[in-house]
Design a protein around this ligand. Structure first.
Ligand code: ADP
Length: 364
């Protein structure tokens, strides 16, 4: 049955629904000043309604890092973004993000935040709405899961390494003579062991990154040198796979920026080894300077990424069927690690791909 209400009754009904929501809702105008706030948000931030209305939301919505220290306000960036998009598009733009906020006398709380543009009846942008919920319990469960993975991986590493040494003794002939057939089998075991060890190491790295145990130590670094070192390290791999790696510098001089060279090296290593594996013989590493950042691209002429999989490419364990055929030993964790590393370093990752090949890039 449909209930027809007067607009006053509708307004009252709307207000009572907002009041009893288990989610915080804050509506802001285009200048990011609070227009309305629901009961949940007021209680959450220990505020009284009068003190919040017409005030900038960031006076009580204190976005911090997980240690409670000041950091860039990702909510503000998202608000600006949805409103910018809202001016141009007919669809309601929204952004979902996870942030930490500091509640005075309580500490730091992780929140899942949704930010959407708001329009009036005549399609005029009036501001945006921030809705949020406390995800402390989910974050705790994630942390526990990550700790279990980390513990299991640690425990697995020692016996796997011992298996490896023993296989090596057989393969070197130090543990007695083995027949050609036995050698073949031992090589298979050795390859599987390599794969398992890589997986274990990747899982340990991911656990360290996810638990915030990886420290970023930025120093002035010459990007050309980082690229040269990575390319040199994987020269033999490229030769083996008959792949020509070319370095192109579209910048003059020695571009030096404050980054953690070890982390950027690790990210670039993943891009380059993938490009060598999945290319059809030609890879280019390009360094460019753009308005606000440096861009390092790894361009290949390889198998490409199926358009339907583009969204999944930086997620854990994603592998295309074709990649599985080319390299059965891959784990599908490398690109996830790249994304995590670049995120904590304050940069961005991305990919473009078509039938002629793929370009992975880092913005630093
Ligand atoms: P792995 O290479 O060990 O599988 P990654 O996380 O590095 O793990 O890559 C995940 C998947 O992304 C690969 O299995 C492949 O399907 C795809 N991929 C990565 N790099 C490329 C590339 N240069 N060209 C085409 N596909 C790629």
């Amino acid at each position: 049955m449909e209930v027809v209400q007067s607009s006053e009754a509708q307004k009252k009904q709307y207000e009572s629904v907002m009041a009893s929501l288990g989610t915080g809702v804050i509506e802001v105008d285009t200048k990011l000043k609070v227009i309305s706030i629901n009961k949940f948000a007021l209680t959450f931030f220990h505020k009284r309604k009068v003190s919040t209305i017409n005030d900038h939301y960031w006076h009580f919505f204190l976005v911090r890092n997980d240690k409670g220290k000041k950091t860039k306000d990702a909510v503000r960036l998202a608000l600006r973004k949805v409103m910018r998009k809202g001016k141009k598009s007919k669809r309601v733009p929204s952004e979902v993000l996870r942030v930490f906020v500091r509640i005075p006398k309580e500490g730091v709380v992780p929140l899942s935040v949704n930010v959407s543009a708001v329009f009036s009846d005549n399609d005029k942008l009036t501001g945006a709405v921030i809705s949020f919920r406390d995800v402390a319990e989910e974050a705790e469960v994630d942390k526990m899961k990550s700790e279990v993975v980390s513990l299991a991986a640690h425990q697995l590493r020692a016996p796997m390494t011992s298996i490896r040494w023993n296989i090596e003794l057989f393969l070197n002939g130090e543990a007695g003579k083995v027949s050609a057939y036995q050698k073949e089998l031992l090589h298979d075991i050795y390859d599987s062991n390599t794969r398992m060890l890589k997986l274990v190491n990747d899982l340990l790295n991911i656990a360290r990154l996810e638990e915030g145990r990886v420290r970023v130590e930025p120093v002035n670094t010459n990007l050309k040198e980082v690229i040269a070192t990575v390319v040199k390290t994987y020269k033999d791999m490229a030769v083996k796979r008959k792949c020509k790696v070319q370095v192109v510098h579209n910048v003059t001089g020695s571009p030096s920026i404050k980054i953690d060279p070890g982390l950027v090296h690790e990210a670039l290593k993943n891009y380059l080894t993938n490009a060598i594996k999945y290319s059809r013989g030609a890879v280019k590493v390009v360094l460019e300077k753009e308005k606000y950042h440096y861009r390092i691209s790894v361009v290949d002429n390889g198998i490409g990424i199926p358009p339907k999989d583009k969204k999944k490419i930086f997620t854990k364990f994603y592998r295309s069927d074709e990649a599985g055929e080319i390299d059965p030993l891959g784990s599908g964790l490398g690109l996830y690690i790249v994304k995590m590393i670049v995120r904590i370093s304050g940069g961005r990752v991305g990919v473009t791909s078509n039938k002629d090949g793929t370009t992975f890039y880092l913005l630093l």
